[in-house]
Ligand binder design. Structure first.
Ligand code: FUL
Length: 544
């Protein structure tokens, strides 16, 4: 058995955890070229070799705002507005503002309800497609100020922002570009000014805004109003007024995962290639694009088909490079409702998702390199219904019970490099193709036999997203794991395999009891970077 002990780095997770996630605790040396990271985006060209493409993909890293957003992991989406009172999903824009009249509005109750689930941020629909504004905008009468609620003096956005701040939640705004009420809609420059005025109000009057969510939906048919949106102008305004805000969906910072069902791809990449010639010019200005065709339909940015099965494989990167394109750090967000509809409907009170469904969504999204945006719609009182609050609490209780104790904390870990399992590297250690190096094996000695049924792996995405395939094994063999059997086949039982890891991968499996575990990184775009403090965990879900 030929292997190199790459980083003997036997370290105690417990000691390193104390120094914080982002401290450089691991002793693994970072090769020089890895330090040259590429924030945001990089061009890929037909002349790029395989190694050049891999190197570019591996060195792309998130912006600070994307990193902070990714760390939130789990946010609440709150659809509330005219549709709550008309029992619809999409309003016409002709609704009488007097219909908006919550009887017991309580933003603090929303915040407490979502915090019970472990949620860390909240995004409210400040204006849905019907154009009714939940804040007293100076630029329209179609808002809370024309409603009987609080004698027209109420401000839902203000109260929610304050409640979030008080409760320690990040606060974001959904603002529908499509507006079925506003008369200037379709008169492009006038509506763009109107929209920017509304954005300016939201971005200056409510403290820190962590996210601006632009919906791509628009049902204007061939006879409908055709609005040419000034995306570049909207983005510039947001960057000026709230530089920390992530612009999602029709925006450059976070992409729609491609469904509203809470499902992620098996391989969810944050490094995404887009074809230059198909790009939506304005949407890509923040990435440094210029001189590209205008007026592509915004189904996401950059002509990206957000629903495509494969967004980030090496094959797709190579295919896009052949047409000239750009790699973006463009992480996914999963939006899904706790009920069938986005807005509250009394008829759906008994259709709130079950705990098992919510857990599946959590594990596949948060545990699948995506951020989860779970919609919880308040009812006509202006409160989150008891059926939903109960489910949120059940979810939070279960997650807390599972993740309270990391059984790998304090474990002795070791990182070795297996030359016998090399793919794409010759015997002298020279890279021959795709892989630069061999197979990394990370082992963890728990000190005693422990039972667990959940494993957590994280890459340090400040250095990029690299892992393409991995396997997770437990030691079933006789005796102890030593340098001699660490890389062997005998005695090890493969529990799970996976493809991408990214920010976080959560594995669920029937409870196993073991004293040693190992992770084999089978394919990686560069050195894998999961071996940092707090990035590996073993947990026991007590009810699984
Ligand atoms: C869609 C909208 O049309 C739905 O009403 C909802 O707001 C959902 C989150 O996005 O595009």
């Amino acid at each position: 058995m030929r292997h190199l002990v790459k980083t003997i780095g036997v370290f105690s997770l417990a000691a390193l955890v104390a120094s914080g996630f982002y401290s450089a605790g691991c002793s693994r040396p970072v090769p020089h070229e890895e330090r040259v990271s590429l924030p945001g985006s990089v061009k890929i060209l037909p002349t790029d070799t395989v190694s050049e493409l891999i190197s570019k993909a591996a060195r792309l890293v998130p912006s600070e705002r994307q990193l902070a957003w990714q760390a939130l992991e789990f946010q609440a989406f709150v659809h509330f507005g005219m549709n709550t009172f008309t029992d619809r999903e999409w309003g016409q824009g002709t609704e009488d503002p007097k219909l908006f009249n919550p009887t017991d509005f309580d933003a603090g109750q929303w915040v407490e309800a979502v915090k019970a689930a472990g949620i860390r941020g909240l995004i409210v629909t400040t204006k849905h497609h019907d154009g009714f504004c939940l804040w007293p905008s100076r630029f329209t009468e179609h808002s809370v100020k024309s409603s009987p609620w609080r004698d027209g003096k109420g401000d839902v956005v203000g109260e929610v922002a304050a409640a979030c701040r008080k409760g320690g939640l990040k606060f974001g705004v959904y603002l529908s570009p499509w507006d079925r009420h506003e008369p200037s809609y379709g008169d492009s420059p006038r509506y763009n000014d109107h929209f920017k005025n509304q954005l300016r109000e939201l971005l200056t009057n409510y403290g820190e805004i962590s996210e601006v969510w632009f919906d791509g939906a628009c049902a204007e048919g061939s006879n409908g109003k055709r609005q040419v949106y000034d995306w570049g102008g909207y983005y510039a305004l947001i960057r000026e007024l709230q530089p920390g805000a992530v612009i999602s969906i029709i925006g450059p910072d976070a992409r729609w995962i491609g469904n509203e069902a809470g499902v992620t791809r098996e391989s969810e990449w944050s490094v995404i290639p887009v074809v230059e010639a198909e790009a939506l010019k304005d949407a890509l200005k923040p990435f440094g694009f210029d001189g590209l065709p205008d007026e592509k339909s915004p189904g996401g940015i950059a002509g990206l088909d957000a629903q495509a099965a494969d967004l980030g494989s090496f094959e797709r990167i190579a295919a896009v490079a052949r047409q000239s394109g750009r790699l973006l750090w463009y992480p996914g967000q999963v939006d899904v409702s706790i009920r069938p509809g986005w807005f509250y409907h009394a008829a759906e009170d008994d259709k709130v998702k079950t705990l098992a469904q919510l857990l599946d969504i959590y594990y596949t999204s948060v545990g699948g390199n995506a951020q989860l945006l779970l919609n919880i719609p308040p009812d006509k009182r202006g409160r989150i219904h008891e059926n939903d609050t109960q489910k949120l609490k059940d979810l939070g209780d279960r997650l807390r019970a599972t993740f309270a104790v990391n059984l790998a904390e304090g474990a002795k870990t070791e990182m070795v490099f297996d030359l016998t399992a090399v793919d794409g590297i010759d015997r002298r250690g020279r890279a021959t193709g795709y892989m630069k190096r061999g197979v990394d094996v990370f082992s963890c000695a728990l000190g005693e036999a422990r039972s667990f049924n959940v494993a957590m792996l994280m890459e340090d995405i400040r250095q990029g997203q690299h892992v393409e395939a991995f396997a997770f094994d437990v030691w079933d063999g006789a005796g102890s794991v030593t340098d001699h059997n660490l890389l062997g086949q005998t005695g090890w039982r493969e529990i799970a395999t996976g493809t991408t890891i990214g920010w976080k991968k959560l594995l669920r499996f029937p409870t196993v009891t073991a004293e040693w575990v190992r992770v084999r990184i089978l394919k990686s775009r560069n050195d894998s970077t999961i071996f940092r403090p707090k990035t590996f965990g073993l947990y026991l879900d007590p009810e699984r």
